[in-house]
Design a binder for this molecule. Sequence first.
Ligand code: PLP
Ligand code: LYS
Length: 418
Amino acid sequence: MDFFNYHNNQLFAEEVNIKTLADELGTPLYVYSRATLERHFKAYADPLADQPHLICYAVKANSNLAVLDVLARLGAGFDIVSVGELERVLAAGGEPDRIVFSGVGKQAHEIRRALEVGIKCFNVESIPELERIERIAEEMAVKAPISLRVNPDVDPKTHPYISTGLKANKFGIGFELAREVYRQAAAMQHLDVVGVDCHIGSQITQIDPFLDALDRLLVLVDQLAEDGIQLQHLDLGGGLGVRYSDETPPLPSAYVRALRERLADRSYELIFEPGRAIAANAGILVTRVEYLKAGQDKHFAIVDAAMNDLLRPALYDAWQEIIPVTPHPENHPSRVWDIVGPVCETGDFLGKDRQLALEPGDLLAVRSAGAYGFAMASNYNSRNRPAEVMVDGSQWHLVRQRESYEQQMAGEFTLPSQ
Ligand SMILES: Cc1ncc(COP(=O)(O)O)c(C=O)c1O
Ligand SMILES: N[C@@H](CCCC[NH3+])C(=O)O
């Protein structure tokens, strides 16, 4: 089932015509489908219905308040990596005791705020972080729930920039060290050791690396049991890939089932931290063609969205499908275009070598843009970040206004006069 589809030669999100939205709200414009977010969340939650679990949506993928709200209403937990994400989850109605806090650089004020609101667990990534949490918990006279993020040294076979579970990556505590660090954690007065955590990378399209990582975690869990450390939950991270072009990642249900089979009759609460698998294919970026420019070797369609709006193509050479919002008749001449933005960088492209029938003023949709799209948008070239819309059946809601220049400059000052 796809909630972004053509009807009468017009692209729709659920029952809302994209051209109407773009004409009314301007472009570039992010459009999300509530039904798709819900379907993707349930694809994780349903196969876990008969056992204790928590799906902690990775807020970094798309932190729009409306997206968080949709997921909170379904009972989602949240995986955060900053106090900014924490405040967003709380503002959207997320429950503090369903929040896990990941990330290698948690600052003291972030730890304090997380303890104050009572999060479910800190996923601790180093010994100094463990010591910092212990110190702050002591000052606040509370016990901090923690798990260690273990780096299992498993190759996730993904883009090198988004692999996180190899020895060479900055993330987690090395597998060989983990048992000893758990002993240290268990001896600290103000820590409550509740789980173990592992996240090996993103856009992973095979099940095997996840199973290898789980096997390593289970070896550790057994060793910890010998040491008298009983865990309540296993957090298996996020990272399940999606289809951008011809990838064939396992469905969430198959992935969850495979991991459950490996766990056999071990009874732990299972936590997952999916980001991309929930949000990516729940969103598109709509952009308008400004100019068609014939180059010597290449033809360029210059559109009004750029790398500041959608960074993935520039950063990872990522491929995302680009489709017309209102396709021309079949006999309209087409040619191969590079779809580029107005930013002054050669890396500013949304897609290369795309066969399309185009005219100036046409609308295009970049698919699979719901995750790591707006979330990584910036003001580079002093461009305002785009608006975001949530479609819900035949209704749509503006869930973020296009930034204004005043907002972009807010809080910034020129030098005082002499
Ligand atoms: C700790 C952690 N959890 C979850 C995620 C979400 O990953 P994905 O969007 O690939 O599911 C990430 C990002 O890779 C992460 O770093
Ligand atoms: N931002 C990345 C994924 C990073 C995952 C976060 N650890 C992407 O767009 O693919």
